[in-house]
Design a protein around this ligand. Structure first.
Ligand SMILES: [Zn+2]
Ligand SMILES: [Zn+2]
Length: 266
């Protein structure tokens, strides 16, 4: 028990409204779980927030920085200052960059959340083959846009479009996912293995094993992220994620400091 696990680069604190715990609580839980390093990655504030229940406000950003500093000073484990800077097409011109300039972030996650893929469960009559194809095409086009902004270090939950368990056919994925991966590789980004998917309808990590193999073929590095919304979830399913990564041929993961990436064994 407690053999050393890789860093957990995806956690959310109570400032995200829908999560519990302060950075120091996550750091304490990580140390107890055998995780030497975490990144705090609360959602970036949005102006005119379309989802005010999931993110801190701009006015709370300084409090976030201070809570991360307190966790760093407590020294339970290494604590990185990160942020999940959700990609919104209309916000990339200026807003996200201006917030990223406010602090020396160690790691910036890019992610997509909005879209029709949130709601439809398998068996929903609205989840027709045509609809599933269209939402997947749209999703991976947005992912390509996200990568091309050059704003991000790590792509979070890369194939979360499968979240509820509604999946695109393999042949369609083979057509639409590789171009998005090419954009991610060209941007020099990593992609996390996000273990929250094991607890969703998808019942597997993000991304799927086939996508991990395509990533490795392109030299795209990985990180590990639990997407914890409570300190008890830190490093969840990481043992399975390590096996998944090794099966895809990975022996190293990306580590970040002040947005500089190095590769370290896991
Ligand atoms: Zn997310
Ligand atoms: Zn998240």
């Amino acid at each position: 028990m407690n053999a050393q696990l890789p860093a957990d680069y995806h956690t959310h604190t109570r400032l995200c409204r829908h999560a519990g715990g302060d950075p120091i609580d996550y750091a304490r839980a990580a140390a107890a779980r055998g995780i030497p390093e975490i990144a705090c990655t609360d959602h970036i504030p949005f102006p005119n927030d379309p989802h005010p229940s999931i993110r801190m406000t701009r006015a709370e950003l300084d409090a976030y920085f201070e809570l991360v500093r307190q966790a760093q000073a407590a020294n339970f484990c290494t604590v990185l200052l990160g942020i999940e800077a959700d990609y919104q097409r209309d916000l990339v011109n200026g807003h996200i960059q201006s917030l990223l300039d406010l602090a020396d972030f160690d790691v910036v996650l890019g992610s997509l959340h909005t879209g029709p893929f949130w709601d439809l469960s398998p068996g929903d009559p609205a989840a027709t083959p045509e609809f599933v194809e269209q939402m997947n095409r749209t999703y991976y086009l947005r992912m390509t846009e996200l990568a091309r902004t050059g704003l991000y270090d790590v792509c979070a939950h890369f194939d979360i479009v499968k979240r509820t368990g509604v999946r695109a056919p393999e042949a369609l994925l083979a057509e639409i996912v590789p171009p998005a991966l090419d954009a991610v590789a060209a941007a020099g980004m990593a992609i996390e293995i996000n273990t929250s998917g094991y607890d969703h309808g998808a019942a597997e990590a993000y991304p799927a094993p086939q996508i991990l193999a395509w990533m490795n073929a392109r030299g795209i590095p990985i990180t590990f992220g639990s997407d914890s919304h409570d300190p008890t979830q830190i490093g969840r399913h990481f043992e399975k994620a390590i096996e998944l990564a090794r099966a895809a041929g990975y022996t190293r993961r990306a580590a970040f400091r002040r947005r500089q990436k190095t590769l370290v064994p896991f």
